[in-house]
Design a protein around this ligand. Sequence first.
Ligand code: AMP
Length: 114
Amino acid sequence: MSDTLFAKIIRREIPADIVYEDESVLAFRDIHPQAPVHVLFIPKTPVATLNDLTEADAPGIGRLVLAATHFAKAEGLAEDGYRLVINCNRDGGQTVYHLHLHLLAGRAMQWPPG
Ligand code: AMP
């Protein structure tokens, strides 16, 4: 897949407010937050979209979700709750083609989403 701005954030070529990092996951605050807490969790090994995942990606996706849930607990967000979202392609609202998990918290979310 082609390079994205998230790959540049991983390489520290552009700045980001990084809140978590381990060997396979990087997390940073969204530049246009849609909630009081809006953090993006990205795999360091890029995958463009959910459609591109294979069986081999299953452990990495699990680590991505667990990183977000651990962050939510550590930040005291777990009891009130939060939302995890992965947008896919045009109708899903995806704008950056490096798969990422949005963690949204700090306000009551609407359902159904817009
Ligand atoms: P999506 O629409 O699901 O592809 O989400 C992409 C997200 O990346 C949006 O919520 C953007 O606000 C966010 N974003 C774009 N550029 C940056 C950046 N330089 N730093 C942090 N977040 C960004």
